[in-house]
Design a protein around this ligand. Sequence first.
Ligand code: NAI
Length: 395
Amino acid sequence: MKINTITICGGGNAAHAMIPIIQNHFSGKVNLFLPFGDEAEHFQKLIDQKKYLTATIGDNKLYGRPDKASKLAREACEDADLILMPLPAFAHEQTLLKIVPFLKEEAIIGAIPARSGFEYAALKILKDSKKEKIKIFGMQTLPWACRIKEYAVSVNILGKKKSVGMAAFPHKITSDLASFLSRALDLKVEPLPNMLTLTLSNVGQIIHPGIMYGLFKGKEKVSYQKETVPLFYQGVTKNIAQRLKGMSDEILVLTEKIKVLHRNVNLDHVLGLKDWLIYSYGDSIVDKSTLQTCFVTNRAYQGLRAPVKKGGDYFLPDFQARYLTEDVPYGLVVTKAIAQLVKVDMPIIDEVILTISKWIGKEYIKGHFLEGKDIKDARIPQNYGINYLEEIIVY
Ligand code: NAI
């Protein structure tokens, strides 16, 4: 695998973290594609002034500066061998539509994190643009918790996962690509057998909507002072944990049904929620005895509060937060759509989708089916002409 130039799309928290990490572990060029707002101008200033973007990780500091930053897809992407999209899932398609016409035939594009159903959207765009030789991949989660401190100047990397799963299509590039990404991102990238694993093992779809549901269902109008805003992960009660387990079990039932229907599909990496927490966070969890204790005693989750927005001198739950607007249409609804294809019921997940749809002003489910008026905006396989499980398991 010969990668001389990497283009990073977007200039958010994750892109800020990636620039210095990649530049310290990869000797080729790093370009930025920044069509959004005035992001390109900020990075151009950094390049013109020959300054560095600083990433702080604990006591360490890493420095990096992109070789090129552009608003224009051609300028940022035409040389790229590898394109990384550390973007919210709702920005994937609009970004792909802009860049695909300018990509080299042998380029590789990946979403970090993939969320669910990335391959349906990406492969459709590649097919429509007659660029089917381009390869795609997705990573199961973002490897870091990170926040921009000052735009195009500094970023704090607050935590790093032990290992992150990655799946690619066509599958044969997975192992080489995982080795390359492990070096360039300086972490263990674990090759996964297929992209369906990414969709089913997208735990954000359980944790984020499930905890929001538990914290705010029936308390939608309650206001909070800054210090009384509920803790997000440490706020998981026995009841909330039970609902999260119910959601996770429904996804495991779906996974088992797919395995029964297609015995050669490897879905062994789709773990139950408690097993995933223990696998990903290991010793950060003080008490591993129950799902609830895995949340409330996880040091990596300490002190993080639920998303809220200001309403005068108090705070209200933020129902436009990514935990809902990203993890439902690019997460739970996709999983529900696959369940619908193989006739697996998901009553607990249905209830979470129905409640959250109202909160975010969308309609995905109507009469138990994914026939609501906004379903066209969700990344379900059916929206890309995929109507049979057989078409999904090939990726
Ligand atoms: P961010 O909000 O900082 O990044 C947004 C960037 O995406 C913008 O700066 C812009 O360059 C680009 N963008 C393009 N089109 C956009 C549109 N229509 N709306 C908004 N932004 C658009 O996001 P962040 O924090 O870098 O996260 C990237 C992905 O990683 C998301 O899926 C997020 O859920 C996930 N993630 C982030 C974590 C973190 O600690 N930052 C932790 C775990 C997951």
